[in-house]
Design a protein around this ligand. Structure first.
Ligand code: SF4
Ligand code: SF4
Length: 642
């Protein structure tokens, strides 16, 4: 009787604490800003199955992924068999129908084996073959050992139970128990009885410890991560969430206090398993900067749990907030569907809307746009590209209203020589292929990508709405662009304000012209070329193969890849407004990427984004001015071969 009372009291205490602690975190999550994530349930369930049940992202790390899968599935089965074990230990009965059910016994024994293999696999990985991004801490080992105690005690209990003849009808389906029982066949009945008592208590004491530890550790992901995955963003990858802006002047928006984050952003922090995959993918963190995506979740959680009431400005360093290039590597890598980039943007939004501590370079960009409509702080006709683009004699949409495509040239080409060359090369290719296109000429304004990522949502929305009205008046339906940032904003973000277009990046347009035989590259270009994937072209919009196909169509070109390429590519350091910052000190991310370019030994670095081209060119000149390395946009390389 005493055993039953102690068992129920301990169960009540640990389960009660668990429910209370989880509920208090749930209430914190609920206090976040509202956000609708209940749309498209079919797609959500599909993603849930691939990421939670099949653990696709974790299994991208082959051996560990399999261990983790064993672990998860095995442990779920053991929760049911623990109930069976509780009944057996307390009342000498088992769950009706399953004691001799061969399917159940087989699944249970297999689950025990899988969890044991999984735990040892994880222990070996942590102690012998630890990836550099994985943080080791004592709690991770404690949890693994607790799981081991839970499963081994269950195995021993069932083995003794069987060896003592209590489950005489057990079949070969219970293969693990049968195998272990051979080792214990000579066990004395009294000793066996005592041993069963000990392992039974070990099992449940480990379970109770687990219930108390979970809410206070990274293992809270066992409770929340499945929900976080279900409610992941289904918006286009590169789209930032719009903010409903009010009419009042001086209104602030974004995140200043922790509860200014959305409930999904708060759910992220309790779902994070602190694995470090996001840091491993983060160009800022990898380049020794302050921005660390893993820390965003960690710090927010710490302050939520300590109820510190601190503002974001007190929790995060300015450098951490402005260091994010919005490359999206962290979000892509996170197996728990955390959304780090939106948190950085929301922090910036508050800083900008409250007009406090905005870095000087950022202020200048805003001023340039407010006065001249571009971040360069000069009007279009003051830019070096204005006359050269005019010389091409490209028709404007007013002159050629029947044009099939709007060629959105983008600001950079008007003010920077490298970007201008790319824009001109692409225009000449379009002409030679007989494409019916037109430009906006002096009417073209900045798409607003940069200011949105700098947190100036008000300015962005003003610019977007102005462009959408202009496009509407001119009947624009299809847009081609040489800039992946324009591509992303025009394609994925203008639709938030009613601007729906088919936007095609120049790499895809060129690949299409080549495949239709409209372009015939004949001139040999015997060069070793390496291609840098722009985050906004590749990661956000999936254009990985087209640029490579264009390069491979050029006779003589031999393509060599950098160590980090395609989905795992490394940002050039210019995104998220960073192009306009760190002009004097240099940008640690672009330095890092430049060394990867140089390591390939390529003679040509091919880019597909004006920002990447400019920042990498500057860095190469800074690091190795004597190096014979030409940096060219893909349109320039192709044009040279036509
Ligand atoms: S945010 Fe995601 S990737 Fe980063 S540590 Fe947490 S779970 Fe891992
Ligand atoms: S978006 Fe890129 S730069 Fe920003 S935190 Fe994530 S990985 Fe780092």
């Amino acid at each position: 009787m005493m055993k039953i009372i102690i068992f129920f009291l301990l169960t009540l205490f640990s389960a009660g604490y668990f429910v209370w602690a989880v509920n208090s975190r749930y209430r914190v999550i609920k206090s976040g800003r509202p956000l609708n994530r209940s749309d498209r349930p079919h797609e959500r369930w599909k993603y849930f199955c691939t990421q939670v049940l099949w653990q696709k992202k974790i299994r991208d790390f082959p051996i560990f992924g399999v261990f983790h899968l064993f672990f998860t599935w095995g442990f779920l089965v053991l929760l049911i068999s623990s109930l069976d074990m509780a009944l057996a230990g307390l009342f000498h009965v088992r769950i009706p129908f399953i004691e001799y059910n061969e399917v159940y016994l087989f699944i249970r024994d297999t689950a025990m084996a899988l969890v044991i293999v999984g735990v040892f696999g994880c222990l070996l990985r942590r102690s012998i073959k630890k990836p550099k991004w994985l943080a080791n801490n004592i709690m991770a080992y404690v949890i693994l050992l607790l799981v081991l105690v839970i499963v081994i005690s269950e195995l021993l209990f069932n083995t003794i139970y069987f060896s003592q003849g209590t489950s005489s009808g057990i079949s070969g389906a219970s293969w693990l128990v049968l195998a272990t029982s051979k080792l214990l066949k000579d066990l004395n009945f009294i000793i066996g009885y005592r041993a069963a008592e000990i392992v039974w208590w070990m099992h449940f004491l480990a379970m109770y410890s687990f219930l108390v530890i979970i809410p206070n550790s990274k293992h809270l992901h066992l409770v929340f991560a499945a929900f976080n995955t279900y409610w992941h963003s289904l918006d286009p990858k590169g789209a930032l969430l719009p903010i409903q802006l009010g009419e009042e002047k001086g209104q602030t928006y974004g995140a200043n206090k922790l509860e200014d984050f959305t409930w999904k952003q708060l759910l992220d922090v309790y779902s994070c398993v602190k694995c470090g995959r996001c840091n491993n993918r983060c160009p800022a963190q990898q380049s020794g900067e302050e921005t660390k995506p893993k820390k965003v979740n960690g710090r927010v959680r710490k302050h939520l749990e300590n109820n510190t009431k601190k503002t974001i400005g007190e929790i995060f360093e300015k450098e951490a907030i402005w260091g994010c290039t919005t490359c999206g590597g962290c979000v892509e890598a996170c197996p728990m569907s955390c959304e780090h980039t939106s948190k950085f943007i929301d922090m910036r939004r508050y800083i900008v809307s409250s007009n406090a501590n905005i870095p000087l370079e950022i202020k200048q960009v805003f001023k340039g746009i407010e006065n001249y409509g571009t971040p360069w702080g000069l009007s279009r006709n003051q830019g070096i590209g204005y006359a050269r683009i005019n010389e091409l004699g490209l028709p404007t949409l007013t002159e050629n209203p029947k044009a099939e495509y709007l060629y959105f040239v983008g600001c950079t080409a008007y003010y920077n020589e490298s970007a201008l060359k790319a824009a001109v090369a692409f225009a000449r290719i379009l002409k030679s292929a007989g494409v019916n296109f037109a430009i906006l000429g002096e009417d073209e304004g900045c798409c607003g990508e940069t200011v949105r990522r700098m947190g100036n949502e008000l300015l962005f929305q003003t610019m977007a709405k102005k462009n959408i009205t202009l496009f509407g008046n001119l009947g624009v339906k299809k847009i081609i662009t040489i800039c992946p940032h324009c591509l992303n904003t025009l394609q994925n973000e203008y639709s938030q304000f009613g601007g729906e277009y088919e936007v095609i990046p120049h790499v895809a347009f060129l690949e299409n012209l080549l495949s239709r035989g409209k372009l015939k590259p004949l001139n040999n270009q015997p060069e070793l070329v390496t291609f840098h994937d722009s985050c906004y072209l590749g990661r956000y919009n999936g254009f990985y193969n087209q640029p490579r196909e264009v390069l491979q169509a050029i006779p003589g070109v031999s393509l060599t890849e950098m160590s980090r390429t395609k989905e795992s590519s490394f940002c050039c350091g210019a995104g998220g407004g960073r192009f306009w910052m760190n002009a004097e000190t240099g940008n640690a991310i672009s330095i890092n990427r430049t060394y990867e370019v140089l390591a390939t030994g390529a003679k040509v670095l091919c880019t597909s984004c004006p920002y990447c081209q400019i920042i990498l060119k500057e860095e190469i000149q800074r690091i190795d001015p004597d190096r014979e390395l030409i940096i060219m946009d893909i349109a320039e390389i192709l044009e040279a071969s036509l």
